[in-house]
Write a protein that binds this ligand. Sequence first.
Ligand SMILES: Nc1nc2c(c(=O)[nH]1)N[C@H]1C(S)=C(S)[C@@H](COP(=O)(O)O)O[C@H]1N2
Ligand SMILES: [Mo]
Length: 193
Amino acid sequence: MSTLRPDGRPRIPPNQVVTQKFPVMTAGTPKTADKETWSLTLDGDVEQAITLDWAGFQALPQREFSADLHCVTRWSKLGTLWRGVAVSVLADLVRPVADPVYVQARADGNYTANLRLVDMLSDKAFVATEFDGKPLSVEHGGPARLVVPDLYLWKSAKWLRGLHFSPYDYKGFWEKLGYHNYGDPWKEQRYRG
Ligand SMILES: Nc1nc2c(c(=O)[nH]1)N[C@H]1C(S)=C(S)[C@@H](COP(=O)(O)O)O[C@H]1N2
Ligand SMILES: [Mo]
């Protein structure tokens, strides 16, 4: 695995260590949904809110994504392979109206994370239902999770159940507890202050 990106810049953010494993990082023990009961609600300041069930989500254009993952606890996992739907496809479905648009990712177990929509467009974020060619395991967020590779992995909410679009940057679960509001691994935005 190359440790340089194609543009010659380093592939591993400062003070991260590459692991071949895929650690499970979960706060609490959320009660998660199965495919029969799962749904994804896209709402907030949008032209048309929508709730998708599993079949509705699967009917959207699915794609493969490869991503380097960087956890704030200093492990990085390079070249992971996912399948899912780009957040830009989901945003186009509901058409957010705020400017700027913030996104609150909402997950089972009252987990939330706050993001800016602009950082999730152009294939920079996706909702994944497969990892490594297999259905996403429950421990890693199955049936569906958010993946935002450009930000520390706490932003990538597992057991995703909603994206709430709004002009307000509501702090998420870890952000309220002192993690950085933005979380750029290349700038080592680990904790606030
Ligand atoms: N719903 C939910 N999503 C979550 C978490 C969580 O506790 N609950 N933990 C976050 C954190 S801190 C990290 S590092 C990643 C870990 O993902 P993994 O367990 O698949 O490695 O999930 C993120 N998404
Ligand atoms: Mo984390």
